[in-house]
Design a protein around this ligand. Structure first.
Ligand code: CO
Length: 139
């Protein structure tokens, strides 16, 4: 089994990053850093609910998976990210067990983390991201 250290973050797809940042700030979350993740075609605004990170995710390209999600389902909960100690090992293990993956090899995420997405069909309909090197998890 992948060695899960905790929940790294929960991601919400948004149609307007500034408006969503303001809205969640007014909901009591602390505003963290903002970063473009070219590889994923997104801009990410990190927010904090206490020590828990909430990621506001906004598409920067038409072909971004987030744009596809917004077009199909509108703004809303997008994925759950689990912190793992070794993303490559966890990914390989799931691939070997024939768990359906979106990424069969780790990619580079925000803040130079290593990430891989498990297909929601394999995880009760919840798009799940494995993250190695996330804040507060030994990075
Ligand atoms: Co994420």
């Amino acid at each position: 089994m992948p060695n899960v250290l905790g929940v790294d973050h929960i991601a919400i797809a948004v149609k307007d990053l500034d408006a969503a940042t303001q809205l969640w700030k007014e909901m009591g979350l602390r505003v963290g850093s903002r970063e473009v993740v070219e590889d994923q075609g997104v801009e990410v605004q990190m927010m904090y609910a206490g020590a828990t990170r909430i990621e506001l995710v906004f598409p920067i390209r038409e072909d971004s998976p987030i744009q596809v999600f917004l077009d199909k389902r509108g703004a809303g909960l997008h994925h759950l990210a689990l912190a793992v100690d070794d993303c490559a090992a966890a990914t390989k293990e799931l691939v070997d067990r024939e768990v359906r993956m979106i990424n069969t090899e780790p990619k580079t995420g925000a803040h130079r983390t290593r990430i891989a997405f498990v297909h929601p069909k394999a995880t009760s309909g919840v798009l799940t991201e494995l993250v190695e090197g996330g804040e507060g998890f030994g990075s």
